[in-house]
Ligand binder design. Structure first.
Ligand code: ADP
Length: 646
């Protein structure tokens, strides 16, 4: 709408005032606007710069130094304003000069109003078209310059007409070097057969468009991978004018692709002969790949195995379990691991462990599973063998324990008889040497009894058949009872035995009386045995809420001033049948069982044992065991530890 109402603005340059006024009147009669009238070239230039008229009507002969032709050419050059000349028909020379300045029209004087209007309209129209053309050329130029793809146009004979800067720099050619040169002189291509996705597409009949993968060789012999497109240039009347070749250098991308392909081939071949049967499934759970090793293992061919075919080789009793596991993993896209028997090529079922891992593409899309079935038959056989051996050993051990407990019972009965008779004998009147013999016999009998008890304990512990049994006991009485025989032994050795109890005499606790006495007895027996001078002390304290065990505990310390233990043997002495100095064996009785028993019992009761000792300076054995003050606590502790097996 605005365009229709638009009234072109005209500058009139005419030195004859009457003519100028006549032109103005005529122009205004067809609704154009006269911006100004001037009679000299210099003023015309000034007004053009100031007013920017849409068009100038310029007389050739003007007053002043400059004529219209000169003024028009300056204005044309500087302000891009169209103009038409006014001239007398007789002035041929001026007309000739005027033509050279590129006007948009002429009006020969004298003229009619309609001549003036059509000259102005044509000039305005042509200048608009010209401007638009210039603009679109500018756009095209900018586009062709900025794109990184090489663009080449040729005529129908394939002679190069144009190259954009990308093409020029790719080939290193300037316009003079390529203009009118046949394209194949600078641009030799062959199909890129390494590219699996050769793209070729022909569009509608009136326009050919081909995109293809090519290898380009330049004149220097260098090779490039390119993606090339060729289009036929046709005008709107279907006349063919030439071709546009566009190509993109994809060498870097192609090389990376080729490397990926090469590594894919490498991994595929690796998979094929990987020494484990390998399979793959797609996202639908259809098995679509089995490696060579698989086919060798099952002795079947790919056609038999694909889809769910191979699952027929799973032992019937295992098959549904596998199918369920696989269906679950497929639903959850999760890893699975399952053992089953699979028919091998020699017709024998073999145990395999089948592991499947979900595969995801880079974008996270689920692609299916990759898996392996590893033959574990030999492991299963070995495992069965081990279980059998373990069972055999356990039943042999059980027999041994039964035998030992029977035997010790059998031996203990007469031994207790002997000990009783010796003690009776000791109460009779004996002379000095008789009393000494009886003492020696008594000590030997006690040692034998101790050894028997230890043997029985260790075999019970090793067969894990000993259980803890808690009863409410007076702690003072339990400990004093076990100390009795040692008081006697210490007296004989002239070693002082000290009792240091730091708890109330009537304190009652829930303990396993026998176990506690075994611990104290063994430690004390060693302390007396390995001490010839000085003293042995039994310290016992009751600690409330021990911070490590978080319950009440008994803390026992058996201290002696005996031979001591070298630091390197501190850990060793707790092992069964270990006596740290063989030369001791002859001097000191024992079988190396006492401390192993003590450690086992202590730990099974939930306690701990440690020692401080220095060679030649004596030893200090510490034992901490939890105790229960009442039934509720005891039940709690039993729950915590489960059934206490010693
Ligand atoms: P044994 O029946 O031989 O005493 P133990 O297991 O009770 O067996 O002790 C193992 C070894 O630890 C002993 O042979 C001895 O060498 C050393 N030992 C144990 N207690 C003491 C101690 N209080 N003083 C010195 N050495 C000790």
């Amino acid at each position: 709408m605005e365009v229709q109402n638009y009234s072109p603005r005209v500058l009139v340059v005419e030195d004859e005032k009457i003519v100028a006024m006549d032109i103005k009147r005529r122009i205004e009669s067809f609704q154009y606007t006269v911006l100004g009238i001037t009679d000299s070239g210099e003023k015309a230039i000034e007004l053009a710069a100031k007013l920017h008229p849409d068009i100038i009507i310029m007389d050739i002969i003007l007053s002043g130094d400059m004529d219209g032709i000169e003024a028009a050419s300056i204005i044309g050059k500087n302000y891009d304003i169209p103009f038409i000349f006014l001239t007398a028909s007789s002035d041929d020379v001026s007309l000739q000069r005027a033509k050279l300045s590129g006007p948009h029209g002429y009006i020969i004087k004298p003229f009619e109003a309609r001549d003036l209007k059509s000259a102005l309209d044509i000039a305005l129209h042509n200048s608009t078209v010209e401007r638009k053309l210039k603009e679109s050329e500018l756009w095209l130029q900018a586009t062709l310059t900025s794109i990184r793809d090489a663009v080449i146009t040729t005529d129908m004979q394939q002679r190069i007409m144009f190259m954009n800067p990308a093409a020029e720099s790719f080939f290193g050619l300037s316009e003079e070097e390529y203009k009118d040169v046949a394209i194949h002189e600078v641009y030799k291509v062959e199909p890129d057969t390494t590219n699996e996705s050769l793209i070729a597409h022909f569009s509608s009949a009136d326009k050919v468009d081909i995109v293809r993968a090519r290898i380009l060789k330049n004149n220097a012999g260098e090779q490039f991978y390119i993606e090339e497109s060729v289009s036929l240039i046709k005008d709107r009347y279907h006349k063919e004018h030439g071709f546009v070749y566009t190509f993109r250098d994809i060498t870097q991308r192609r090389k990376a692709e080729l490397q990926v392909l090469a590594s894919r081939d490498f991994y595929l071949s690796l998979f094929e002969d990987f020494p484990t049967p390998v399979w793959r499934s797609n996202a639908e759970g259809e098995f679509n790949y089995f490696n060579n090793t698989w086919l060798k293992f099952t002795g079947r061919n790919l056609e038999n195995e694909i889809f769910q075919g191979w699952t027929e080789s799973i032992k019937e009793t295992d098959r549904q379990r596998f199918l369920d596991t696989f269906a679950y993993a497929l639903r959850n896209k999760s890893r699975f691991e399952i053992e089953f028997e699979l028919l091998s090529r020699d017709g024998v079922y073999r145990w395999v462990i089948c592991i499947g891992t979900p595969l995801f593409a880079l974008e996270g899309e689920f692609k299916g599973f990759i898996g392996a079935c590893i033959d574990i038959s030999h492991m299963i056989t070995a495992q069965n063998e081990l279980i059998r051996a373990k069972n055999a050993a356990e039943s042999a051990n059980l027999a041994k324990v039964r035998f030992l407990s029977n035997m010790s019972h059998e031996v203990r009965t007469p031994l207790n008889g002997i000990i009783g008779i010796l003690s009776l004998l000791n109460d009779t009147k004996l002379d000095g040497s008789q009393a000494e013999y009886v003492n020696m016999a008594q000590m030997a009998a006690h040692t034998l009894l101790g050894l028997l008890n230890n043997l029985l304990d260790i075999s019970k512990i090793e067969s894990k058949r000993d259980t803890a049994s808690y009863t409410e006991e007076n702690l003072h009485a339990v400990v004093s009872e076990i100390l009795l025989p040692f008081e006697y032994q210490a007296k004989i050795k002239r070693v002082r035995l000290l009792k240091e109890f730091s708890f109330a005499e009537d304190l009652k606790v829930h303990v396993d009386k026998n176990k506690l006495q075994q611990i104290i007895g063994n430690l004390l027996s060693n302390a007396v045995k390995f001490t010839d001078y000085g003293e042995v002390a039994v310290q016992l304290s009751y600690e409330k809420n021990n911070h490590q065990l978080r319950t009440d505990v008994i803390h026992l310390v058996v201290k002696d001033s005996g031979i001591g233990i070298a630091p390197e043997n501190h850990a060793l002495i707790f092992e069964s049948f270990v006596q740290v100095d063989n030369s001791n064996t002859r001097k000191f009785n024992g079988a190396g069982l006492g401390l192993a028993i003590v450690k086992n019992i202590t730990e099974a009761l939930g306690g701990s044992i440690w020692l401080n000792s220095e060679l030649g300076k004596g030893s200090e054995f510490h034992v901490v065991i939890p105790v229960m003050k009442n039934k509720t606590n005891r039940n709690k502790a039993n729950k915590m530890q489960g059934e206490i097996l010693l």
